[in-house]
Write a protein that binds this ligand. Structure first.
Ligand code: UDP
Ligand code: MG
Length: 336
């Protein structure tokens, strides 16, 4: 580990933002954050995590950091995904409160001031609830609505509805999050799991002005699976109901067919066609549930391999290794 002792004072607030190809948004984000955070008296840092951008994002981040030492950069070796980028920001943040915010200004930074008020009033987590979402197509709105409601129903922790990662978290919550090293991450669920006093503030989610969404359908489905498998056994448990239902149908079919054959002759309801249909249906059910099982097994495999969550290529403005990593990873970085 580097022997650099921390000379800078610990900031009161850490603003963490994941950045993947947000060229154009980076300077705007920095300006807005600075305006908002300088309008209150306490110190702050802005941690930008470059998640393998292939455009000018990193250069624009470096420009901001050169002008303002409160801007820190964590530069990933490749694209690791939104939730992992946020995780790295959390690992490196040193503030008494940590705020997660998207880089595309869909989450208005002004809401942070409201969050700070609530935090000062004694809440450890203040999440932003989308009262309205601008500029999304009906498909995203519909799937998102459905997603949050399904998640709410089938998970054991109470994950607030229509809430993204935009939130403020007290150091105490962040310290627990830092120790949760699961590989398939659903951070809003993990925050709910931690507990403490949590509350929401309502806001209007703006349309994205520059660039396009980095969440194509494929990533959205993957994200939804991480939420479900990470916080619910429901998909595993419904298998038993299907098993009962199919078994019951099977048992009831025996007397029904017997009676029908007595009435209409021995050829009734016979033949290959019916057998093939039933075989295909059952096969399809079984493969579906094998898939569900596989999803959980794959996630166990991810945990068993226990690879590092991310690889940092370079940093600007942050000292040494990330804070409060679990023993295993801490010793890794100390040996290097
Ligand atoms: N993001 C990231 N890595 C990714 C995808 C997205 O760091 O692989 C960042 C992105 O730059 C943005 C935030 O995560 O700051 C949210 O992404 P986006 O706005 O595309 O999601 P949406 O708002 O459409 O759900
Ligand atoms: Mg966005």
């Amino acid at each position: 580990m580097s022997i650099s002792t921390s000379t800078t004072v610990k900031p009161r607030y850490s603003i963490v933002t994941p950045i993947y190809n947000e060229e154009g948004n980076v300077p705007r984000l920095y300006d807005r954050i600075r305006q908002v955070m300088d309008s209150q008296p306490d110190t702050w840092e802005l941690i930008m995590v470059n998640d393998g951008s292939r455009d000018q994002s990193l250069i624009q981040m470096q420009e901001a950091a050169a002008r303002d030492p409160r801007v820190k950069i964590i530069n990933f070796a490749r694209n690791f995904g939104h939730q992992i980028a946020v995780t790295a920001g959390i690992d490196y943040a040193r503030g008494n409160a940590v705020v997660l915010i998207d880089a595309d200004l869909q989450d208005p930074p002004e809401v942070i001031l409201e969050m700070i008020e609530r935090w000062k009033a004694g809440y450890e987590v203040v999440y932003a609830v989308r009262a309205e979402r601008k500029g999304e197509n009906w498909f995203k709105l519909f799937t998102a609505k459905l997603f949050y409601r399904v998640i709410y129903r089938i998970t054991d922790v109470n994950i607030p509805l229509d809430t993204g990662d935009f939130r403020l978290m007290d150091e105490r919550v962040v310290n627990v999050l830092r120790r949760m090293r699961e590989h398939n991450r659903f951070i809003r669920g993990m925050t709910s799991w931690v507990g403490f006093r949590q509350t929401g503030v309502k806001y209007v989610r703006e349309a994205r002005e520059i660039g396009e969404t980095k969440y194509p359908l494929r990533k959205m489905i993957r994200f939804a699976w991480d939420a479900v498998t990470g916080f619910s056994y429901f998909p595993l448990q419904i298998m038993i109901y299907f098993s009962f239902i199919l078994g019951l149908i099977g048992i009831l079919t025996i007397p029904v067919i017997a009676v029908l054959r007595i009435q209409y002759g021995p050829d009734f309801f016979g033949g290959q066609a019916t057998t093939i249909v039933v075989l295909l249906l059952i096969g399809s059910f079984q493969l579906f549930f094998l898939f569900v099982l596989g999803q959980y097994v794959a996630r166990i495999y991810d945990e068993a391999r226990d690879r590092p969550l991310y690889v940092v290529a370079s940093t600007i403005g942050v000292e040494g290794s990330p804070l409060a990593l679990p023993q295993r990873e801490q010793s890794l970085s100390e040996n290097s």
